[in-house]
Every structure is written in C-alpha cells, then in structure tokens.
Design a protein around this ligand. Structure first.
Ligand SMILES: O=C[C@H](O)COP(=O)(O)O
Length: 253
C-alpha cells in the first residue's frame, strides 16, 4: 500500500441500476465511513439517468457520485450524449473515461479518451482514465507496450494528481472472476507509475492508480496491498452494499 496516497474505492454500475437500486446506494453511503474506518474516499459511478438522484441519496454521507462517460463537447447536436457540464450539474465529482467497454463497444481511441478527459476538467470534475490490455495482448507479451501506448495517447500532458485518477483494468479480468497474480499487478502498476512520473513529474508520483477487474471482498485485501495500488475500480461487486462495503473494509485499520 502507498501510505502517502489516500486510496479511492470506486464503483462502476455500468448499464445497471433503476431507481429502486438507490436503496442499495443508501446502505453503501450510510455504512461507508464505518466500514473503512474513514481511511479511504468512496465513489459510485452510475448511469446518467441516476446521477442526480444518487447525488441526493449520498449527500452528507461518506460517498461521492460520478458518471461513466461523457461527450467531449460542452453542448450541441449530439443526440443521446451527455456533456461533462451536464454530469457536473447533476452533482457528480468524477467521470470515468476510456473504459475498455467504451473503447470496444464505441470504438473510442486513446485520442478520443484524452479529449474526453479534457472535457471532464472543463466541467470542473476529476477524470478516471482507464487503461489495460486484452487477453491476446497479454498472451503475446505486449502488456507493458499497450500500457505505454494508452498512457501516451489518453493522458493529457496537463493532468495532475488532483484532476486525474488512472485505473488499470486488464480487459480479460473484467467480469470474468479472473485476476492477474499479485506480481503481475505489481509490475503493471509500477510501470504505469513510472510512465506517469516521466510524463507529469511530481504529479505522477501522487496520482492514484486503481486496480479494476473482478475485485471482490475475498480478494481485495491481497490486491489492495500491492505497491502502487491506490484503490479499486469495482464493477459487479459495487452493485450490492454488502460486497462494496466488504471491499472498503479492507482498509480498516
Ligand atoms: O469498471 C469496472 C471494471 O470494469 C471491473 O468490473 P468487474 O469488477 O465486474 O470485473
């Protein structure tokens, strides 16, 4: 664990969640501080349809709310899209950009991701920029090269430790129950840290690097203890308060 960087435990609900699920969010918000002993920041990113109500649900509690994606433009003729400003207007603090599901489902390039990160900052929010290799790339021994390309292309040069979080999510570990070994996580996170320091100097040393991919209460302690792992980006296990709080509890002293 990196003692000088306050960890972030973040959930990504993806295309899940109706208003009834706000009860689950309420349980997460009321239980978060006690679960982690106040040791970490907590965030739940919801579909755009829920952000405003989610923000009201968690108000005054230990959790923040974020969006899962945004358009790069502030407004205009972009049917079906939402801007960072709109998400900020709903009460969000963060927006995920460059999730592998966006890169795959919507053909988003690293250049698009960088434009979206800048849009997040224009809206006054923190960008969570996702990177990670596919199974084929890992098998071909290309993981570190892929991370280099994605960081160079997706992380704008004016990123800081305050306006950006990086999430390392091996694509093959997302929603599969598979996770890399702790040595592989350590190697990837150390590599990302080195690239961020090269690119951003002291900000690179302080940027939070989250691990994402099949994190659950039973494996969180091991994964969160790896050097340069400054928290988690959690998909499936962020939908249930018991699981999400179980992961946050990893950080309880
Ligand atoms: O953004 C979250 C990740 O894609 C991880 O999803 P997962 O925890 O369901 O594997």
């Amino acid at each position: 664990m990196s003692p000088s960087i306050r960890p972030l435990v973040a959930g990504n609900w993806k295309m899940n969640g109706l208003s009834a699920d706000l009860e689950e969010l309420k349980a997460m918000a009321t239980g978060f501080e006690e679960a982690c002993g106040g040791a970490v920041d907590g965030l739940i990113c919801t579909p755009a349809t829920l952000i405003e109500r989610a923000a009201r649900t968690v108000e005054g509690q230990g959790l923040s709310v974020g969006g899962e994606d945004c358009h790069a433009k502030e407004s205009g003729a972009h049917t079906g899209d939402v801007s960072a400003e709109m998400i900020a207007d709903c009460g969000a603090s963060h927006i995920i950009v460059g999730h592998s599901e966006r890169r795959t489902d919507h053909g988003e390039s690293s250049q698009t991701v960088a434009e979206k990160a800048k849009a997040v900052w224009r809206g006054g929010l923190v960008a969570i920029i996702c990177v990670g290799e596919t199974e084929a790339q890992r098998k071909a021994g290309e993981t570190l090269e892929v991370l280099d390309e994605q960081i160079a292309g997706s992380v704008p040069g004016n990123a800081t430790a305050d306006n950006m979080v990086v999430a390392y999510e091996p694509v093959w570990a997302i929603g599969t129950g598979l996770t890399p070994t702790v040595d592989d996580v350590a190697e990837a996170h150390a590599h990302i840290r080195a690239r961020l320091v090269e690119r951003l100097g002291e900000h690179g040393e302080a940027v939070r690097i989250l691990y994402g991919g099949s994190v659950k209460p039973s494996n969180a302690a091991e994964l969160m203890a790896v050097d340069n792992v400054n928290g988690a980006l959690i998909g499936g296990a962020s939908l249930k308060a018991q699981d999400f709080l179980g992961i946050a509890a990893t950080y309880r002293g």
